[in-house]
Unconditional design. Structure first.
Ligand SMILES: Nc1nc2c(ncn2[C@@H]2O[C@H](COP(=O)(O)OP(=O)(O)O)[C@@H](O)[C@H]2O)c(=O)[nH]1
Ligand SMILES: [Mg+2]
Length: 275
């Protein structure tokens, strides 16, 4: 598959003309104390995106002010709950464009790769899933523990769900906004990426993996805890497999109790925690 030249700021639809009207693109960026990283990310966004949504988790630094200074048209929303999954749910719900791209704010996911994701969707995919294990992808940010855990969980999912994912737990993804209903995000934490992959498989969506290079976070430390969040992901996989149907089709009460049991192990960082 060929991709538009990532290093040039081009609109992947520019050549389509009036025949294929260009779908609009929202970039959803969850932020938690990323003020020092945003200057390394926001200026690199392609000029042709239609919307930048920063979903802030009540940062204690100047994240919101820095985002507004760097991108005056930014839509800032504050997440209603806690955790990255909750932030992405709020951001995807708020997105007004046809396509939603999820991008980290810490400098680890490259804005220059956005055309690859958009291109994959334009070519017919429902979900474009970043992979650090395809040729052209890789990571400077994976510890041995995270690499091993991700490999094991990916294998487990491929066996249980008959999928062929190469990289389960990676936060760089894009989907058509109209497909968000099939995914129905109902997890709060870092298991969000796994949920996207599992629900997409179960809804028989067309998933295309896109090679992606994960850089090291520029400033600060990760909010992810490999053991705690790995456990949450494992519980989610078992839960999705044993229920055998989307949790969204279950009666509301049962669905809430499943959500509670998945979320029980720990709660993500509370909004009033210090830096
Ligand atoms: N709004 C919000 N963003 C979060 C939360 N946790 C992490 N993020 C953001 O999600 C992205 C990925 O988080 P990070 O801590 O780097 O996790 P890692 O990339 O898996 O190591 C970054 O942009 C974070 O600022 C949260 O609870 N709320
Ligand atoms: Mg990161």
């Amino acid at each position: 598959m060929s991709y538009p030249d990532d290093r040039v700021d081009i609109d992947p639809y520019a050549t389509n003309g009036a025949k294929n009207p260009r779908p609009s693109v929202s970039v959803v960026m969850p932020t938690l104390d990323e003020a020092r990283n945003l200057p390394h990310v926001i200026p690199r966004l392609p000029a042709w995106i239609d919307e930048l949504i920063v979903v802030d988790g009540y940062s204690t630094d100047d994240t919101v002010a820095v985002a507004q200074e760097l991108f005056p048209d930014v839509r800032v929303i504050y997440q209603s709950g806690q955790g990255k999954g909750d932030a992405l749910r709020c951001g995807i719900e708020a997105a007004r464009a046809d396509i939603v791209v999820t991008l980290d704010a810490d400098g680890s996911t490259a804005p220059e790769e956005i055309p690859r994701f958009v291109h994959a969707l334009a070519q017919g995919a429902d979900l474009a899933k970043g992979s650090r294990y395809l040729q052209g992808g890789g990571s400077d940010d994976l510890t041995l523990l995270r690499r091993t855990g991700n490999k094991g969980l990916t294998l487990l999912v491929n066996v249980l769900f008959r999928t062929r994912y190469s990289d389960l737990c990676y936060g760089y993804n894009a989907l058509w906004k109209r497909r968000a209903r099939d995914i129905d995000i109902d997890v709060d934490g870092f298991e969000i990426e796994t949920l996207l992959a599992l629900r997409a498989a179960r809804a028989r969506l067309r998933v295309v993996e896109v090679p992606s290079w994960e850089a090291r976070r520029i400033h600060g430390g990760s909010n992810l805890n490999a053991v705690r969040d790995g456990w949450r992901i494992l519980k989610l996989i078992v839960c999705e497999r044993t229920l055998r149907r989307p949790a969204s089709s279950l009666p509301n009460e049962l669905r809430q109790s499943v959500r509670r049991s998945v979320a029980k192990t720990s709660s993500p960082r509370s909004p009033d925690r210090g830096p």
